[in-house]
Design a protein around this ligand. Structure first.
Ligand SMILES: [Zn+2]
Length: 261
């Protein structure tokens, strides 16, 4: 009996070790080869602020007001507040937050900014507010609870917004999450987690382990590339939440689309 129990324990232990090694291997493959986040880089006058493994963009909209793309991972928004303070501004200066998607490393600091209108795709509102969970292999394991964030304005694919002197065009890129959005602000395309940039300046799709549907994400990127080409949308730079900036226009997305087709 004891011998049998010992054997069962040994097998269970082995299974756990194999699972842990598999998860570590998948995570290592996910993060390896990605570009790093250039903290403090200016892209078209928008500042990239690094918050741990994720980035936020600060977009000046008037002399004393800014908008953000995403709100970072840090619930205290320390890095964003430091950037505001560098501009002699406080938390009240943030007028709007364009949420690329509802994963907590993109919405974490949203509650710090009392005057910010939180904006997301209509389809992403329940995830941003914590009323539903994400559906990726790993993200589905995260507990579902209200985030305390209210999406005050929902947008849809094809919508345009004005932020101060900046024009924003909204693109739905479902796959990483169901309501993932890419935002073109002037001619800078914020991709959120729908894609990543590798250190060889190529584009890859969102990682399987964190994505609701990797194949849908691929299709969305191909469709986005085709739309940008069809409508002759000017794209100068692409910004990726976890992997920095590519400054050679739509070309890397075009190359990705060509290989994914
Ligand atoms: Zn994500």
């Amino acid at each position: 009996m004891i011998r049998r129990m010992k054997r069962a324990l040994k097998i269970a232990g082995l299974v756990v070790v194999v699972l842990v090694v598999a998860v570590v291997a998948v995570l290592a493959a996910t993060f390896m080869g990605r570009q790093s986040i250039p903290d403090g880089a200016e892209v078209n006058g928008f500042r990239i602020v690094k918050d741990g493994v994720v980035s936020v963009a600060v977009i000046p909209v008037s002399e004393n007001e800014v908008a953000l793309v995403d709100a970072g991972n840090d619930k205290n928004a320390t890095a964003i507040l430091a950037e505001l303070s560098r501009r002699h501004l406080g938390a009240g200066a943030v007028k709007a937050i364009l949420i690329t998607h509802g994963h907590p490393d993109h919405t974490g600091g949203a509650g710090v900014f009392p005057n910010a209108q939180v904006i997301s795709l209509e389809t992403e509102k329940p995830l941003v507010e914590g009323r539903v969970g994400a559906k990726g292999p790993l993200t589905r394991l995260m507990p579902v609870s209200p985030t305390g964030i209210t999406v005050a304005k929902t947008v849809n694919d094809g919508d345009t917004l004005t932020l101060g002197t900046h024009q924003v065009r909204v693109f739905a890129v479902p796959g990483h999450t169901q309501g993932s959005a890419a935002y073109l602000v002037d001619d800078v395309l914020f991709m959120g987690d729908a894609a990543d940039a590798k250190s060889d300046a190529t584009v890859i799709g969102s990682p399987w382990i964190f994505s609701d549907s990797q194949s849908q994400d691929r299709q969305s990127l191909v469709a986005l590339d085709a739309r940008l080409a069809r409508d002759s949308v000017p794209v100068k730079e692409m910004v990726f939440s976890h992997s920095g900036v590519l400054a050679n226009g739509r070309e890397p997305l075009d190359a990705f689309a060509a290989s994914a087709r």
